[in-house]
Design a protein around this ligand. Sequence first.
Ligand code: CA
Ligand code: CA
Ligand code: CA
Length: 188
Amino acid sequence: MRDRSFLRSPAILVWLLAVSACSPPPDPRRTNFEIKTKDLYAKYDSKTGRLKKIDIDADKNGKMDTFSYWDGTRLDRIEIDRDEDGRIDRWEHYDEKNKLTRIGSSNKDDQVEDTWSYPDAQGFLMRVESDLDRDGVLDKRETFEPRPGVPDGRALVMVELDFDPAGRPGLRMHYNPDGSFLKSEVLR
Ligand SMILES: [Ca+2]
Ligand SMILES: [Ca+2]
Ligand SMILES: [Ca+2]
């Protein structure tokens, strides 16, 4: 699905932003800084009154699956348990304008992020980075560019490997937009 825009379900984001805009919280003497409905749970900071967390049951099957972390109306991240097995498997990180900056996933499904996808300004896949041995140094970076003649298409044009601790790649492989190999570069 890497050819396609991966800005997932904007409806959920719109819904979350609408809920967050409802802060300050309802009367805390009655609600204890919480809002609870069948498919939504919102928690506010008891000192500042600022929104802290919204959990939702996005597919409305009775089980919470989408957990978002806030500071007032500023969204920090959304954690999603897509298969509802109790373990987070997708992390969406947002910037100060509540814009999606990267999506994390866990190769071992053990709730540790080790792969990150970055969107471009239009929401299409621009870059994938992974650190599968989880030593804090990237193992691989893949770069995507628009596919000529296919507005929604993205082609893998570069793979970088052999990163040093400063994050510099030692090897670069370049590909043509049709997928054929172009050239490799040894950088050290
Ligand atoms: Ca659910
Ligand atoms: Ca899961
Ligand atoms: Ca690594």
